[in-house]
Design a protein. Sequence first.
Length: 685
Amino acid sequence: MSFKKHEAHIDLVTCIDNPAFKDVDGEGDGSAAKTSDDDHAGEEKQESAAAEEYTQIKPYAGMPKEVLLLYSSQARYRVPREILFWLTVACTLAIVALTITVIAVSPRCLSWWQLSPVYQVYPRSFKDSDGDGVGDLKGIQEQLAHFEFLNIKSVWISPFYRSPMRDFGYDVEDFRAIDPLFGTMRDFEELLAEMHNKGLKLIMDFIPNHTSDRHRWFNMSRMRDPHYEDYYVWTDCNATAPRPNNWVSVFGNSSWTFDEVRGQCYLHQFLKEQPDLNFRNPHVRQEMTDIIHFWLDKGVDGFRMDAVKHILEAAHLRDEPQVDPNKPPEMITSEWDLHHDYTTSQLGLHDLLRHWRAEMDGYSREPGRYRFMVTESYDYHEVEKTMMYYGTPLVKESDFPFNFYLLDLPQNSSGLWVQHLVHLWMANMPKGRWPNWVVGNHDRPRIASSVGQAYIRVLNMLLLTLPGTPTTYYGEEIGMENINITDSQIQDPAGKHNASASRDPQRSPMQWSGDMNAGFSSNKTNSTWLPVHSDYRRVNVEVQKKDEDSVLSQYRFLNALRQSELALQRGWFCYVRADASVFSFLRELDGLDRAFLMVLNFGKEAAVTDLSSIPELPDQLTVLMSTNHVSDGKVLQKSHIPTEAGEGLVIQYSISTRFNPTHSEQCYVSEKACYIRVVDILYKC
Ligand code: GLC
Ligand code: MG
C-alpha cells in the first residue's frame, strides 16, 4: 500500500487506508491498523514515507489530528478563524449592550390593575344561584361572561367571610371561612380557578379594624383568657353610663359598650357588634398577617383594605376636640361633631400597611401574579392624609388609595366643578403615581340618582378616558339607580340608626333582564333581600346588550377604546377648557400622531365650545363617539363644538405638534413614554 504522489483527490477508502488514521493507542481495528508480523520490518520505513506524504495531502473531513495540526496554523486557516472568533465576541457584547439599553430605556409595562377598570361586586346583590333571594359565589361564577363582555379584568368582591351579617359581612366571625349564605370554601376555590382560567383577577376585602362580637377571639377576650385578654381595646367604665370618653362611632352614638361578662367597656368605631381589634398587641398583628397569607396562598390577586384610618387609636383615650366647643357634651353623638385627632390616622398606621405590602410583594414575584392593594379611607378635606397611602418613593404601600372626590360631583353640576374635583387628585398625588376614580360603592348613593340619569353616560365617559384606573360599582355600566326604601324595609344597621343614612337604596339586586326579579334570583315568592328597582324592565343587561346606543354598549365601547389606545392608557392628560358647562381635556402620547380630545358637558344647558385658540388642534374635528349617538362621525369646526347638557364627545384627531410640551402646567403623566412608529415600541423619554 502506498500513497500516490501528486494525486489531487483522495477518496474515503484512501483516507481509511492512510496509516495515520490508526488509533493513537494502536487499538483501532481499521484495515490500516492491521499489520502482520511479516510486514513489521517495513513499517517504520513506510510511516516516515507517509509523514512526508501528509504535506502533500489537502485537508479533508475527518482527517486525523496530525494532519489537522499541520494545516491549522497556516495563515489562510488561522486568519479566518480568528476573524470569526472576534466577530463572535463582538456580537455577544453587542447583544448584551443592546439588552441592557432596551431594559434601561423601556418604560415599565402596565400591570393588570392598571389596564382594566376595577369592578365592584356586592355579593348579596349580584346573582342568586340557589333561589334564596340573596346573591352568592356560585351566582358570581354564573355571570363571569359579563366581565368578559365588558372587557373587565379586575373584580373586587365585597366580603363573603363567615359573619352574623350585622353589617352584611363587614362583621367577620371567622376570617378563614365562607359564610354559608354565600356558599362553601369549595365554591370560592372554584370561582377563583374559573376566574383565573378566564384571565380575571379577584380582589377581596380585608377587614383589619374589627371583628364580629361573635368572633372566637372576642369571646376569649371578654372571658379574660390570658392570651386573648388584650386582643381588643378595653377600659374601665361605669355600667350605667358607659362613656369613658367622648369618642363616637361612625354609625352614631358612643363608640364604647359595656360588656357584662368582663365588666369593662370595649371600643367599637363602627357597630357595637364590631369590636375594634387592639393593634398594639403583637399577637393581633401576627394573626392578621397570617390571614393575609391564608388568602394569598389560596391565590387571591389583591385586597381592598377596609376602613384603614381607624386601625389604631391613641392609647391615652383622651376626649377628642369638639367641632363646636359650645355644644353640650351629651349632644356629641355623630362623627361630624368631633375632630378625630385620637381615633383615626394614628402614628404607626402606615408601618402596618407597609408591612402588609411587603408580605404581599413576597407573593408578587412570578410574572403576571402581582398582588394588588387598595386602601379605603375617607379623609374629606385632608387630601394629604389620603395621599400618604401611596407610600414613599422608597417604601411601597397601596397601589392607590381610593379616590372618593368624584363622589362630591352631585353637589354642583358644572364643567368647572368636575375639573376642580379631578384636579384635587392630580395636583396632590405624589409624582409618578397612578390615579383612580370612584363615583359609587355600597356605602354611597348611586351616582345615576344623585347627579341624575341624564349624566350617567357622560360620567362613564369621563371615568374611562381619564388617566388611571376607574372603578365601576355593579350596575353603573347600565345606569342603575337607587331604590326607594320604606322604613320597615330597612336592612342596613346604619339606616336603623338614621333612616336617611341607610345604604340599602344603592344595594338593590343587579338588573340582568326583564324576567322575574330582574333575572337576579329564581325565588318564586318574588322576594329578594332588597326589592328590585321598578325600572328593571328598561334598565337591564339583556335589553341594553341588544341596543347599540345603550349605556351598556357605550361603556363597552369606551372600555375597549381605552384598552386599545396607548394615548388613553398611558399618555399625557392635559386640561383644555372648563366652564359652567363643559370640562374638556386631551390625551396624547409623544411620537404617536393619534390623540383624543374629550368635550364633556356636565352643565344644565347646551353649550358651544370654541377651541380655536388652541393651535395644536386641527381646525376640523371628527367625533369618534358621542353619548347622544346622533353626533357620531360628525365633522366639527374647532371654533364651534356644540354639546347638549349631559352629552360627552370623544374626538379622535391627528397631530403633528403636541400640546404638552408648551403647556406643562396643564398636563400630567404617570410615567413619560415616547412611541417610535417604525419599530412599534415605547421608550422612556
Ligand atoms: C367600610 C365599608 C362599610 C362598612 C365599614 C365597617 O367603610 O365600606 O360598608 O360598614 O367599613 O367595616
Ligand atoms: Mg343564594
